[in-house]
Design a protein around this ligand. Sequence first.
Ligand SMILES: C[S@@+](CC[C@H](N)C(=O)[O-])C[C@H]1O[C@@H](n2cnc3c(N)ncnc32)[C@H](O)[C@@H]1O
Length: 563
Amino acid sequence: MSAQVRPHPPDNDHSAPAEKRLRLQTDEVDLPTPSISITDPDLHHDQVQPKKHLKKAKKKPKHKLPDPYSSDDVLWRDVVSLLGEQDVARMTAEGTQWDAPLGFRDELEVVVSRLSSNGDALALAPEPHSPWVIVAPFALPGETIRVRVYRSSRLHSFADLLDVLSPNSELRDSSRVTCKYFGKCSGCQYQMLPYEKQLGIKRDVVIKAYQNFSNLPASAVPTVLPTIGSPKQYHYRTKITPHFEAPPKKARHDQGSNPTDGIKPDWLKIGFNQIGKRTVMDIEECPIATPVLNEAMGPIRENIINNIWSYKKGVSLLLRDSLDASTSVDADATTVDILSAQLEKHVCITDHKATVREKVGNKYFEFPGHAFFQNNNSILVPLTDYVRDAIFPASSPGFKQPTHLVDAYCGSGLFSIMLSPHFTTVAGIELSADSIKFATHNARLNNLPEGKCTFRAGDAANIFSVVSDFPREHTALIIDPPRKGCDANFIEQLLAFRCQTVVYVSCNVHTQARDVGMILERMKSVGEGGTRYVLESLRGFDLFPQTAHVESVAVLRLVEGGI
Ligand SMILES: C[S@@+](CC[C@H](N)C(=O)[O-])C[C@H]1O[C@@H](n2cnc3c(N)ncnc32)[C@H](O)[C@@H]1O
């Protein structure tokens, strides 16, 4: 029996490396630059050259290894785990780990063993190709699938899914798929899965990240709590960035200066990247985006079609869901009361410089269209409440009530402002001067007492000199860095600052695991004052339903005594 899976057309061009292919969540997947090196023996073997071979070392390496903590690196750990250390060690010693037993466009049947943390299915290649791993999208554990190989890497080959020959009926429910592009678009991976299963898979991603990337003993990592689901599982995404290419030379030549008359030329695709390809696919609606973004898509597409000949370069569009911010808010009139009167209408913002307005709980946030803001508004109250409850545990004997909050990587002030009623003093820092301007504005917009929240632009590590007079035992630190995580300087200063509670929120659990591992490990040797951090709790939040992404929240608490 075949399941409803749309096969790829036969003309796939898979020449692009996976990391170059844009995904829908482009802002969440800025690939990490490693700030702390890891000790993968294989990496060292291939990259560190003895001095006498310096000349050779300058040559481009034959095989490019993935950047540490990149999605390819995460996949590599999954591949090793599936093959087993023994086979991997043997093939590494034999130098056969790059010798793919399968060629371009080879077709084969495989049984899916498990999912990778990136959401792809992993299967062991059958004899005579084993040991080797096949990586394919949109398939589930236990399923027999037919695939076609398009690219090979170290110990694994990437393949298109051609057909699901025997679906896993306990997991796959094709009736759940609401998007006509699912199976081709690179934005979503899990629409065929019941939501509870998606949450379970994301919990496993958090568990695996700490096993593979934290360097911590199992005893130092608490049982990962169940993933908190998103109140909205569709129509939640408040920002999308579809893109399109400029007219190809030939089309320009053929068309001359004739207008399109509103008819979309065949070569013009406005949308997101196809799975496994560098090419854009045409997308007229996106069911994970909010209704106002979907409504705006039609007129925006029409405008591009009518004016396509004026584009000399490809364009990445911005569509952002905003409460109606068209009325300018002057400093004296910025009260929540005034806003409440005008607000509940949603509009689509397309200008990077325009002001976007969102409401979270009873607070309002404004920020520039180009700036970072969490993309799933529906889960922000549960998320910020969770962080608040972690900082103020219900009953903990001898617990010193926090009064001061440090918000590192604060953006336009989400955590600072949401949690401000619970603190006397709040200090935030953020690299983007624009976001800081808005964080300060947002404190006023929400009528916070003057001087309670202070925000400054700069590198996160600079915050520690600013808050050196905060009472450490009454201070909580929230960290919410970009995907690359914190740098070593920040972690060193955090260890010296040593406040009572650290809540680490991250959209990349792999760099979070690295950083938390580093904090706990370094604490052993720093040891000042007889205190150390423990990882008290760990859980995922599903900010990105239908996709393989997960937000992870780690709570670190300072405790007395050694290990
Ligand atoms: C994941 S966002 C979190 C923003 C905010 N906490 C929120 O939830 O809206 C990470 C933020 O870190 C900022 N950032 C990146 N590198 C930084 C650095 N070295 N120091 C301070 N902020 C940085 C980015 O500009 C971005 O606003």
